[in-house]
Design a binder for this molecule. Structure first.
Ligand code: ATP
Length: 325
């Protein structure tokens, strides 16, 4: 058992729906266990600048249902330097913070690991990213909301595509991961899904369009951003060149995928891992991310959690092939 007195709490990197629910869970459970909480605004940026303030039960009222993060988030170049991290440590010392809970993605945890190795301060991470690209949890906070936002949008696109007999290339987020595209592609009945984890052969896409059912009036190609085959406009250009008769359109969904009210799944996930983070610090854990694996709390060292998931469940790809006939 470790005597933790004051937990510093921050969100960092890209925001995701459900971060507020995680903030609430950490604050409320810390208070429950008799520990103070210091909020840190704008992630590492605010830590360096000393933008710290005490949080209480009331400061997290009425936020569980709100997207974004009340603590704000940022990316900080300064924190990548030893000098920046030293400044951050001085600020934490000044505010008597003796442990940290970081809500963010892989970059956030890389920073947390570097920090915790230089200064003797335990850090626990919560997986807050829409990309679902962390090892050590089946789902990240925000992924469920984001994929539901995507299928809402694609359902609408399908209506207009069907009315005009159009082919749509829909580009979704994911950074280097195709998990959003893959799952939403299946859920929205996409004809083809293009993800970075499986190399894109544009000729295979053409082939599919050529041999596919001619009586299908609308077609959706779901594309993950940052693929080596190019963005949705580039893929659209190539398809138009090959099939001038296709009425081809592009829709890049963009930042709507990051916002909105968190789904029930994300709120419950955030609440469970938030409570577990405080309990883990009390039990002496450090430098671990808390996730859920097979619906059980799981502790994964940062260096493992940040390993990029490069493998996609082959069953998913097969399902796309079978169902797109
Ligand atoms: P998302 O996946 O949603 O974008 P993220 O946490 O991966 O979230 P990043 O921008 O990659 O977002 O990282 C957040 C911040 O973590 C960076 O701006 C930087 O301050 C810090 N950071 C990242 N990598 C390191 C590192 N190797 N050393 C120190 N700090 C780092």
């Amino acid at each position: 058992m470790t005597q933790i007195k004051n937990i510093g709490l921050y969100t960092s990197g890209g925001d995701s729906p459900g971060m507020n629910a995680a903030i609430r869970a950490v604050v409320r459970s810390a208070i429950y266990y008799g520990i103070e909480v210091t909020g840190i605004r704008r992630g590492y940026e605010g830590m360096i600048k000393g933008d710290l303030f005490p949080m209480d039960r009331k400061s997290v009222s009425n936020i569980i249902q709100r997207g974004g993060t009340i603590l704000k988030t940022a990316r900080s170049e300064q924190f990548r330097t030893p000098e920046g991290r030293k400044q951050a440590y001085e600020q934490l010392k000044k505010h008597n913070v003796d442990a940290l809970v970081a809500i963010g993605g892989d970059g956030t945890f890389r920073g947390a690991k570097a920090f915790s190795e230089e200064f003797d301060i335990p850090v626990i991470g919560l997986p807050g990213t829409i990309d679902n690209d962390l090892c050590g949890t089946d789902f990240t906070i925000g992924y469920d909301t984001a994929i539901n936002t995507v299928i809402d949008a694609v359902d609408k696109i399908r209506d207009t595509a069907e009315s005009h007999d159009r082919l749509f290339i829909v580009e979704v987020m994911g950074r280097d991961s195709g998990l959003i595209a893959l799952r939403t592609g299946i859920a929205a009945g996409a004809e083809t899904i293009l993800i970075p984890e499986s190399p894109t052969d544009i000729n295979a896409v053409f082939d599919k369009l050529e041999k596919g059912r001619k009586d299908k009036s609308s077609k959706i190609i779901m594309l993950a951003e940052n693929g080596e085959a190019g963005d949705a406009f580039e893929i659209g250009r190539q398809i138009k060149e090959k099939f001038p008769n296709y009425d081809t359109r592009v829709s890049v969904l963009g930042h709507i995928q990051r916002g909105g009210r968190p789904s029930c799944m994300d709120r419950v996930l955030a609440s469970r891992v938030g409570v577990a983070a405080v309990e883990a610090l009390i039990a002496g854990h450090r430098n671990e991310m808390i996730g859920l694996i097979h619906n059980e709390i799981a502790y994964t060292p940062f260096e493992h959690a940040t390993k990029h998931i490069a493998e996609i469940n082959p069953d998913f790809l097969k399902i796309v092939e079978i169902l797109a006939i």
